[in-house]
Design a protein around this ligand. Structure first.
Ligand SMILES: Nc1ncnc2c1ncn2[C@@H]1O[C@H](COP(=O)(O)OP(=O)(O)O)[C@@H](O)[C@H]1O
Ligand SMILES: [Mg+2]
Length: 382
C-alpha cells in the first residue's frame, strides 16, 4: 500500500462536492505540506468530513483533483491510495486481541512475520502491556490509540482523523491530543485532523483551516489565526472576541476610530480591510488583553492606552482567571479575563470600571459582516 517514492504534499485543486442542488463543499484549493499536522476546523455541517472523504477516496469530488505529491489520485479507489482513516467510532474487532487488531492490515496483505512491526506500534502508542487484551478491556482513549496504531502499521503517507476524540470525556481528550501530537512528531507522517473543537485544533495542529459553510474562511498557524482573524466568523469561532462598531476618524499607519464618543486606536497593519475616513470599522480585542481597574483608579492608567468606561454586569471565578462581563455605552457585554494573581475586591458586579489595553493588541475587521457570525454555531456543534 505504501508507495515511498510518491511522497509529497496533499494538494486539493478546485475540489467541490454537490449533493443534488446542495453544495457541501465549494471549490477548494488547499495544500497540506508533507509531514505537517493539519486541522480542518469548523462547526457541524460545514463540510469537514466530506473534504476528508474526498482525500480518502470514499467520496467522488463533483469537480477538481486530489494530488499526493506529483501523483493524481482523484480516480483511485480508497485502498489504492497511500492514505488511512481513523474515525470517531474506532470499530476495533471485538473478538481479536489488541495485538491481532493491530496486525490486521499486515495479515490481510499476507505478511506472516508481524511481531516486530506490531511490537513497534504497541510501543509507539504505549500499549505494550495490553497486547493480549480484548478491546472491551481497554478504556476509550486506549482503544482509540489501538485504532491509530492499526492505521499507522500500514505506513500510510497521510493519516486522516475524523473527530477521533469525539467520544472521549474532556480530560481524556486533552491527554489524547498531546499523545496524538507526540505520535505524529515521532512518525513524521502527514496528519489531517477534523474537529469542531477550536482548542483541540490549536493545541495539535501546525496549520488550521477554519471552514464555514463549505468554504475555507482562513488558514494559518494557530497563533496567527487567533491574533489576526480576518473575518468576524474566525474572530468569534476561534476563542472569544470583543467586536466594537466604530467610525473611522483618520487613517494613516495608525487608525483612529470613534465609538459612542470614545476614541480608540489600532495599527493599520492589523486591519483586514482598508479603512477610509468616515467609514465604519469593527474594532476587535481579545478578552485577555484587557486590564480592568475601578473607575476611581483611572488616573493610574498610562497614557496612550485604549480605554473604555463601563460597569461590571457579571463575574465568574474560574480558578486561573475571573471572567467579567461589562456593559458600556461603547459596546454591550464586553468580555474581560483577568488572571487571579492579586484579586481586587472592588471588582464586583455593579462596580464602575475602566477597561484599558495596548492599542497594538487591537485588530480591525470589515464592518459589512455579521458581527455575530460564528458565535451560536460553536454551541450547536458540541
Ligand atoms: N450523502 C449526503 N447526501 C446529502 N447531503 C450530505 C451527504 N453527506 C453530507 N451531506 C451534507 O453536506 C454538509 C456537510 O457535511 P459534512 O461534510 O459531514 O460536515 P461536517 O463533517 O463538517 O459536520 C452537511 O450539510 C450534510 O448534511
Ligand atoms: Mg463530520
Amino acid at each position: 500500500m505504501t508507495d515511498k517514492t510518491a511522497g509529497g504534499d496533499v494538494r486539493l485543486s478546485g475540489i467541490s462536492k454537490h449533493y443534488g442542488t446542495f453544495t457541501a463543499v465549494h471549490p477548494l484549493d488547499l495544500t497540506i505540506p508533507q509531514g505537517s499536522f493539519f486541522a480542518l476546523l469548523g462547526a457541524s455541517g460545514c463540510g469537514k468530513t466530506t473534504t476528508l472523504r474526498m482525500i480518502a477516496g470514499l467520496e467522488e469530488p463533483s469537480t477538481g483533483t486530489v494530488h499526493l505529491g506529483d501523483r493524481d489520485v482523484t480516480h483511485l479507489p480508497p485502498h489504492k491510495r497511500p492514505v488511512n482513516t481513523v474515525f470517531q467510532s474506532y470499530a476495533l474487532f471485538p473478538h481479536l486481541t489488541i495485538f491481532e487488531n493491530i496486525a490486521f492490515g499486515l495479515r490481510r496483505r499476507g505478511i506472516k512475520s508481524v511481531k516486530k512491526q506490531v511490537d513497534e506500534m504497541l510501543e509507539l502508542v504505549q500499549l505494550g502491556q495490553f497486547a493480549q487484551r480484548k478491546p472491551h478491556q481497554l478504556s476509550g482513549g486506549q482503544q482509540q490509540r489501538v485504532a491509530v496504531a492499526r492505521a499507522l502499521i500500514n505506513h500510510p503517507q497521510v493519516l486522516l482523523l475524523d473527530e477521533p476524540l469525539g467520544a472521549l470525556d474532556l480530560k481524556l481528550r486533552r491527554q489524547m491530543q498531546l499523545e496524538l501530537k507526540r505520535i505524529q512528531t515521532e512518525v513524521g507522517i502527514t496528519f489531517v485532523h477534523v474537529t469542531h473543537d477550536q482548542e483541540e485544533a490549536m493545541t495539535m495542529a501546525d496549520t488550521v483551516a477554519v471552514m464555514n459553510g463549505g468554504r475555507v474562511e482562513q488558514l494559518g498557524a494557530p497563533a496567527g489565526l487567533y491574533e489576526n482573524p480576518r473575518t468576524t466568523f474566525v474572530a468569534n469561532f476561534l476563542g472569544t472576541s470583543n467586536l466594537i462598531e466604530a467610525s473611522v476618524e483618520s487613517a494613516a499607519s495608525d487608525i483612529v476610530v470613534s465609538a459612542c464618543g470614545t476614541t480608540l486606536r489600532l495599527p493599520a497593519a492589523r486591519c483586514s480591510t482598508t479603512p477610509s475616513t468616515g467609514g465604519k470599522l469593527l474594532v476587535g480585542v481579545r478578552p485577555e488583553k484587557i486590564s480592568l481597574v475601578p473607575a476611581e483608579e483611572e488616573h493610574t492608567v498610562a497614557t496612550g492606552r485604549n480605554r473604555i468606561t463601563g460597569r461590571i454586569a457579571a463575574s465568574s471565578f474560574i480558578g486561573v482567571s475571573t471572567q467579567f462581563v461589562i456593559d458600556s455605552p461603547v459596546c454591550p457585554e464586553l468580555e474581560v479575563y483577568v488572571q487571579n494573581i492579586e484579586r481586587d475586591g472592588r471588582l464586583v458586579p455593579g462596580a464602575e470600571v475602566v477597561l484599558h489595553w495596548n492599542p497594538e493588541h487591537t485588530f480591525g475587521l470589515d464592518a459589512a459582516q455579521d458581527i455575530d457570525a460564528g458565535i451560536e454555531t460553536v454551541e450547536e456543534s458540541a
